[in-house]
Design a protein around this ligand. Structure first.
Ligand code: FAD
Length: 338
């Protein structure tokens, strides 16, 4: 089986499929795994998927667990706290923050150990499409109506080295937010987002743009902002995949962002790519394999994508902020999803 894309979904699928005895080749366009990248939140459901391919404990050991979590206002006051203990009580596990390069290395090793071949600098046609939000195969199969769409939000990300933190904090202002999380190795991961027209970049002046928006915000934003260097800023507009009528077309199956790129506001895209991968391998043991995969994964991921879209719209609100913050607080009373 040929897998297009050696990202999180593609490598996890390679591991899962090789482990059930399939001959697998992954075609990754890039020449190598990335060396740099920011932290991803890996939720309990994704850790269970990683456990199924034998990579869960390695991810738990390499990652870092936020001890506290909170949503704050720009002046530092609390909107709501994230009950990490309740999440543990409900799921038996924690959220771990792990950088994309570290996660990819673990998945790569797991796939190769299981017998999969991974070809870098390679593009090809494949039966499993894991080539991300801008998937060419999705467009070829379904047409331009299913091209990735700009979500209305732009994002900045980075890592401050040598600044440890144990807290996950999101600070919500009018139409903008700033996030600070732990990053393995004693670093701080940060992200920021704003409602903005598509493509409004400031090459070489992104730090200035960030200071203009967040410069007056209290801790924990202030010390992080003070430590950001222009060269360490990653800037992306956020695109989403329109809801697909099926994740399977002409015997070709879509997984991960190729199938359901969603707003990053719930931090679930990579997690869902991992779950897609192990679900696909489990379904391929059955006669109705591909249609079973579609039935199992499409409703769940499209629901999450809708929820992520709603969360993104809340963060883009510029008015009625007490109402918005009240909604967030009520949402957090139930505890975060597993
Ligand atoms: C700001 C931000 C924060 C996020 N935070 C989180 C988080 O905390 N937790 C979480 O779970 N998710 C998070 N996500 C989402 C997560 O990054 C994605 O959902 C995840 O990377 C999807 O994995 P994937 O394998 O489907 O796609 P990708 O990771 O995009 O991988 C696709 C791969 O395919 C390759 N490729 C593309 N075209 C071709 C081709 N033609 N031939 C061969 N190879 C090709 C690419 O080089 C790439 O390696 C975040 C996303 C953003 C933007």
């Amino acid at each position: 089986m040929d897998i297009i894309g050696g990202g999180i979904g593609g490598l996890a699928a390679a591991a899962a499929l090789a482990q059930i005895g399939r001959r697998v080749t992954v075609h990754e366009r890039d020449e190598a795994l990335p060396d740099t990248g920011t932290a991803l939140g890996i939720w309990p459901a994704a850790l269970r998927a990683l456990d199924q391919i034998g990579a869960g404990d390695e991810v738990r050991a390499a990652g870092i667990r936020p001890r506290r979590g909170a949503f704050l206002r720009p002046d530092g006051s609390t909107i709501a706290t994230i009950d990490v203990d309740r999440l543990h009580a409900r799921t038996g596990d924690h959220i771990f923050m792990l950088s994309r390069p570290a996660l990819l290395k673990i998945l790569y090793r797991t796939a190769v150990r299981a017998g999969a071949e991974v070809r870098f600098g390679s593009t090809a046609q494949g039966t499993i499409v894991a080539d991300g939000v801008f998937s060419r195969t999705r467009e070829r199969l379904l047409g331009p109506a299913y091209r990735a769409r700009y979500s209305g939000t732009t994002a900045w990300r980075g890592v401050i080295t040598g600044m440890p933190t144990e807290t996950f904090a999101e600070i919500w202002g009018p139409g903008v937010k700033f996030g600070v999380t732990p990053h393995e190795g004693g670093h701080t991961n940060w992200f920021a987002s704003a409602a903005m027209p598509e493509g409004l970049f400031h090459p070489g002046h992104e730090l200035q743009a960030l200071r203009r928006i967040f410069g007056s915000w209290a801790a924990p934003v202030r010390p992080v902002l003070d430590a950001i260097e222009e060269s360490g800023i990653l800037r992306h507009d956020i695109y989403v995949t329109p809801p697909l009528p099926s994740y399977v077309h002409e015997g070709i199956v879509l997984i991960g962002d190729a199938a359901h790129a969603m707003a990053p506001d719930l931090g679930r895209g990579a997690c869902e790519a991992l779950i897609d991968a192990v679900t696909l391998a489990a379904c391929l043991r059955h006669d109705q394999g591909l249609s079973l995969y579609d039935r199992k994964r499409r409703p769940a991921t499209q629901r999450l994508a809708r929820m992520a879209g709603m969360a993104a719209r809340l963060t883009r609100m510029r008015h009625a902020l007490p109402v918005r913050d009240g909604l967030l607080k009520v949402g957090m009373l139930a505890g975060p999803p597993g």
